[in-house]
Design a protein around this ligand. Structure first.
Ligand SMILES: [Zn+2]
Length: 104
């Protein structure tokens, strides 16, 4: 009883907030602008969400492709990147020799 109560409470809290926010944004920006930015913004949002997840899992600074640590310089320039500079520039050998392994 208590648990379901709490989760419905959380839902209730986020709903009016997002609706309110969306309305404010719509009022401020024209639909054209929103459409123009939405594509790249959505893509960026996905990258950021992925970065946050990796951060939680403790592999934020680990390249998702080769498993090497991502350069700190690069993380500062592109905070949501999931791969090191070498892999980002395009891996010369798709398919890779090393199998990807997850710690744990
Ligand atoms: Zn890499």
């Amino acid at each position: 009883m208590r648990a379901s109560n709490a989760s419905s409470d959380l839902r209730h809290e986020s709903d009016p907030l997002s609706a309110d926010f969306a309305e404010q944004v719509t009022q401020r920006e024209s639909d054209d602008v929103l459409e123009a930015i939405s594509e790249s913004a959505q893509q960026e949002l996905r990258l950021v969400q992925g970065a946050l997840r990796r951060l939680e899992e403790g592999r934020y600074t680990t390249c998702a492709v080769c498993g090497e640590p991502i350069e700190e310089e690069r993380l500062q320039a592109v905070p949501y990147t999931d791969r090191c500079r070498t892999c980002a520039e395009g891996s010369p050998r798709p398919g890779g020799e090393r199998p990807r392994r997850r710690p744990g």
